[in-house]
Design a protein around this ligand. Structure first.
Ligand SMILES: NC(=O)c1ccc[n+]([C@@H]2O[C@H](COP(=O)([O-])OP(=O)(O)OC[C@H]3O[C@@H](n4cnc5c(N)ncnc54)[C@H](O)[C@@H]3O)[C@@H](O)[C@H]2O)c1
Length: 166
């Protein structure tokens, strides 16, 4: 396996790394554990992405000693809703995660926006890791810290800026 490319995002005390490379899911526990030692995780994903990548991510986290709860949601734009936000918030709290623990978004822009928003408000802001699985999420929605959901009055009208840690 080739080395990952590391892009350092210089944001002062919110600076973080973007890793680009093959086999990173299998190394997720090592990479997250190095940056956030002693952390536990909640993985937020959708049904399509879970079928393809969830087992690899979970195994990679466990290899690095990170236990994870999983919240799997329906795929699609309709998931960026208050109802599913509540489901994610409740899942994170039910897993008894603390602010220093991590919410991991495993999916496209829908999951990244929703999980990012949830991580920005649970316990007034938890650690957040983006694992973007669509091209749009990799080049656009996972970068810049914009998170949120849709309102009946329009798209992306409710959210927070919350930068990931990785
Ligand atoms: N936060 C931002 O700055 C920002 C920027 C641009 C877009 N967005 C948001 O991003 C969303 C669109 O993102 P998207 O196009 O990734 O949509 P998406 O998350 O709905 O993903 C599209 C489809 O691809 C599937 N999928 C994703 N990764 C996959 C994989 N590796 N294998 C198989 N299936 C996979 C998903 O299950 C889904 O069915 C919109 O809600 C948009 O508002 C946010």
């Amino acid at each position: 396996m080739s080395e990952a490319v590391k892009v350092e995002v210089g944001l002062g005390d919110r600076a973080y790394d973007i890793l680009i490379g093959a086999g990173l899911l299998a190394r997720s526990g090592e990479e997250i554990g190095r940056r956030l030692p002693g952390t536990r995780a909640a993985i937020v994903t959708d049904e399509n992405v879970a079928a393809a990548h969830l087992d690899t991510l979970k195994a990679g986290l466990e290899k690095g000693g990170i236990q994870s709860a999983v919240i799997t949601l329906p795929a699609g734009e309709k998931t960026k809703s208050f109802a599913h936000l509540e489901e994610v918030v409740d899942g994170v709290l039910a897993a008894k995660l603390e602010r220093r623990d991590v919410v991991i978004a495993l999916g496209g822009g829908v999951i990244g926006d929703l999980a990012g928003f949830a991580s920005g408000i649970v316990r007034r802001g938890m650690n957040f890791v983006q694992v973007p699985t669509s091209l749009l999420a990799q080049v656009d929605s996972s970068v810049g810290g914009k998170t949120g959901i849709n309102s009946a009055r329009g798209k992306n009208l409710v959210g927070v800026f919350h930068q990931p840690r990785l």
